[in-house]
Design a protein around this ligand. Structure first.
Ligand SMILES: Cc1cc2nc3c(=O)[nH]c(=O)nc-3n(C[C@H](O)[C@H](O)[C@H](O)COP(=O)(O)OP(=O)(O)OC[C@H]3O[C@@H](n4cnc5c(N)ncnc54)[C@H](O)[C@@H]3O)c2cc1C
Length: 458
């Protein structure tokens, strides 16, 4: 019975096998299947049919489900999502820094998904877009007229030798990118007395490319204010060749790392952690030389990829990203498939802010596709944003597009560290996220930007 309960939640209720909704029950082809256990073979799977299926109930998927449940009505939209909890991940920088609690970043999944949609509490494992079908781990065959891929990124700690196991044995190892390890960051920081305090950036695209260094600034400030800075070396070992991808903000950050005496080592990629010796091994990506660093604290950002379920599907490119037309979010090959957020090949920095701007585009274009209309009008411009936390009360509010050009909302120099911007990051954005973004009501600051710049901005 328990396995049934975790398999399928429809319009907020947990339904048993016999309680499948009329639509799904009509379509069921194997009424003799007694349970929804993970061992149910695909040929005996339950079939379901929806006007629209969303895979992933994170930032983009949740917003998509709300927008289209409102439009299509009860029972026409399904979300395939295995997780019980929806996290507001941008808060994890402040959770790791000890400025917020983990539970402030969490809501039960059934509270954030719209009541009018069916939640299939399961993982997608296979995509057959030629037959408009998604297969799930527990043996469901879910058919759709329209599909939205919103599966985010997978954390690949296992690609670093010694991880993730070392997290369990070494209190000085932490990572803001995972709910299990973000709670280790503040205690690891407080336990430092002397030595190397190291922050990493992996050799892959990641979500929020600023987050690996935001926690470094919070830690450096803590060490300074607690009188330990003289005995510690703060080190940023990054796989990148620059401190940040957008020149305007990179210049501001370079000044900060110099002023705070932070050592930056470019092209350094973490390949192994040895918790017994408190050693971290980095490979120089150009020379292939390996260097061993002792650490008193090590903050790890893992290599990331799209979830494995996508890799062998016809929906993705050779790197595993869902291929969409970058302006319209429509799939390059399947016009009834759209992608949103981190799992797409849209060439902009992967953030919730980017997802917000994409939701407005998805709403318009997917509705046009459903109505058989041509996709037209203003399209996505690559807007993304990264509130670069530089201390426990300042932020550089980086806003830019996919060409690395600043696209700032306020008519002030946003490369400056500001307290007002910290207030946006810590207090205003979380409220906007829970009450507007994931409900599909916030489509980014484009209109405000235009108004603030008296119509002179893009
Ligand atoms: C530490 C940190 C700091 C950040 N800071 C910021 C910030 O300051 N500003 C900002 O804008 N962004 C920030 N981000 C990035 C932001 O959280 C993400 O870019 C955003 O959440 C992406 O939304 P998404 O919908 O693409 O993916 P997600 O929100 O990650 O959702 C993906 C969903 O897909 C589900 N899923 C995965 N595999 C499957 C499967 N096989 N079947 C079904 N479902 C599946 C997952 O369970 C998940 O719920 C930060 C992220 C982190 C980790």
């Amino acid at each position: 019975m328990a396995s049934r309960k975790v398999s399928l939640v429809l319009t907020g209720r947990v339904l048993m096998c016999q309680q499948l909704p009329a639509q799904a029950a009509r379509a069921a082809v194997a009424p003799h299947v007694a349970s929804f256990s993970s061992s149910a073979p695909l040929e005996t799977a339950k079939k379901m049919n929806y006007k629209m299926v969303v895979v992933g109930g994170g930032t983009g998927g949740c917003a998509a489900a709300h927008m289209f449940s409102r439009k299509l009505g009860k029972g026409n939209v399904a979300v395939i999502e295995p997780a019980d909890t929806h996290y507001y991940q941008p808060l994890w920088t402040l959770v790791g820094g000890g400025l917020r609690k983990l539970d402030q970043s969490a809501q039960p999944m059934n509270k954030v998904l719209p009541g009018a949609c069916d939640w299939i509490k399961d993982s997608a494992v296979q995509f057959d877009p030629d037959n408009n079908t998604v297969f799930t781990k527990h043996g469901y065959e879910v058919k759709y007229d329209f599909l939205v891929c919103a599966m985010g990124l997978q954390l690949n700690y296992h690609l670093i030798k010694g991880l993730p196991e070392a997290f369990d044995v070494d209190p000085s190892l932490c990572s803001n990118y995972w709910d299990k390890t973000v709670i280790k960051t503040r205690p690891a920081m407080e336990a430092v007395t002397e030595g190397n305090v190291i922050f990493t950036f992996p050799n892959s695209p990641i979500k929020c490319a600023g987050a690996p260094q935001k926690i470094m600034y919070l830690t450096e400030e803590y060490l300074r204010q607690s009188g330990k800075r003289d005995k510690t070396n703060v080190i940023y070992n990054t796989s990148l060749g620059v401190v940040f991808g957008v020149k305007k903000y990179a210049e501001a950050l370079t000044k900060i790392v110099q002023e705070r005496n932070i050592q930056v080592n470019f092209r350094h990629n973490l390949i192994e952690v040895r918790p017994d010796k408190k050693e971290a091994v980095f490979e120089h990506l150009d020379t292939k030389e390996q260097k061993v660093f002792d650490y008193a604290m090590l903050h790890v950002v893992p290599p990331m990829s799209t979830p494995e379920a996508l890799w062998n599907s016809p929906l993705v490119n050779e790197s595993g990203y869902v291929t969409v037309k970058r302006e319209t979010l429509q799939h390059t090959k399947y016009p009834n498939v759209f992608g949103i957020g981190d799992n797409t090949d849209i060439p902009t920095a992967k953030t919730a802010a980017a997802v917000a701007s994409q939701t407005g585009i998805l709403k318009k274009n997917l509705a046009a596709a459903m109505n058989g209309h041509e996709i037209a009008g203003k399209q996505y411009d690559g807007y993304t944003s990264c509130p670069l936390v530089t201390s426990k009360n300042t932020v550089i509010m980086a806003e830019f597009d996919w060409d690395g050009q600043p696209l700032e909302t306020f008519p002030i120099n946003q490369a400056k560290e500001r307290r007002t911007m910290f207030h946006f990051k810590a207090d205003i954005f979380p409220q906007m996220y829970w009450h507007m973004l994931i409900k599909g009501y916030w489509h980014g600051p484009g209109l405000f930007r235009k108004a603030m710049h008296l119509g002179m901005s893009r």
